[in-house]
Design a protein around this ligand. Structure first.
Ligand SMILES: [Zn+2]
Length: 282
């Protein structure tokens, strides 16, 4: 069973948890850690010959084009994480369209290759912003990986029936591939196990049993995500509220060993390759 591995390429100060304390106009003044952290990921993936999808912020790509080209030249997939991490449901349709077109163009200019995939900042395509899927399709995106099924917290309120990759019909024009992040059905709820803070909080054995259940009992691939800053326990600390700090800093030291163990235990590929395998290419 092939699973998909992905990284959301943003720096430690660009996350939604800190947006109220680090204004976007200050981003250029912050110490950047994105190059060293992405190079660490490339090296780890190289140790096992694994390819992954990197959802890159347009803002990061503009400032680090050589890094993005290096990731691409290593055989990984480059996809879009939007330009500057503005949540989808806070944007107008026009602003969202401009954001995804701009980011796609920046990434295509750097890689010389078509950008097929999109992941919304903090999974912010929810029941209130489903219009985003139509715009993604219209602007040439082939797949989306922005939906956390039935996860209820500040940003993700998508009450999806589908927990697994599926096709979404777009106004009788065609189909967009959707790759929801992995959840486990537990006590009638969907428990996220697919990455980020959940992966840092949960014991590795629990996550591995969850992926085995998804693969062997439900016969479906797991969709896993991480961030470069999650492999950087030494990153500068941001003064923010307790909850934001907990979300961002809990168990950072465990991420690298969890990543290595997951790669050793399961088979991973890019979202694009998984999509081609699951659905006929569109
Ligand atoms: Zn992000």
């Amino acid at each position: 069973m092939l699973n998909a591995l992905s990284f959301d390429v943003e720096d430690y100060f660009q996350v939604t948890a800190f947006e109220h304390v680090v204004d976007r106009c200050r981003w250029d003044t912050m110490e950047t850690r994105i190059e060293r952290n992405c190079e660490k990921i490339i090296s780890i993936l190289g140790d096992y010959g694994v390819k992954a999808t990197f959802f890159v912020l347009g803002w990061v790509a503009e400032r680090h084009p050589i890094l993005i080209r290096t990731i691409f030249n290593e055989g990984h997939e480059i996809a879009s994480h939007g330009f500057n991490h503005t949540l989808v449901y806070r944007q107008s349709k026009e602003a969202f369209k401009e954001d995804i077109v701009k980011t796609k163009t920046i990434l295509e200019d750097i890689t010389g290759s078509r950008i097929k995939g999109y992941r919304a900042p903090t999974f912010s395509i929810n029941n209130d912003s489903l219009w985003a899927l139509d715009i993604l399709y219209d602007q040439g995106y082939v797949y989306d990986s922005s939906i956390f099924p039935s996860v209820k917290h500040n940003h993700c309120r998508f009450n999806a029936a589908h927990r697994f990759p599926h096709l979404i019909e777009i106004n009788h024009k065609g189909k967009l591939k959707e790759f929801p992040l992995s959840t486990l059905k537990l006590l009638g709820m969907n428990l996220p196990i697919g990455g980020g803070g959940y992966l840092r909080l949960l014991p590795l054995k629990f996550v591995e049993r969850g992926i085995k259940l998804i693969n062997k009992k439900e016969h479906q691939p797991a969709i896993i995500y991480m961030h470069p800053w999650e492999l950087d326990p030494e990153q500068p600390r941001i003064a923010a509220g307790m909850l934001s700090r907990f979300r961002h800093y809990v168990n950072l030291k465990t991420t690298e060993s969890k990543l290595r163990s997951l790669i050793r235990t399961f088979n991973f590929t890019t979202l694009s390759k998984l999509g081609t395998r699951l659905f006929s290419e569109t």
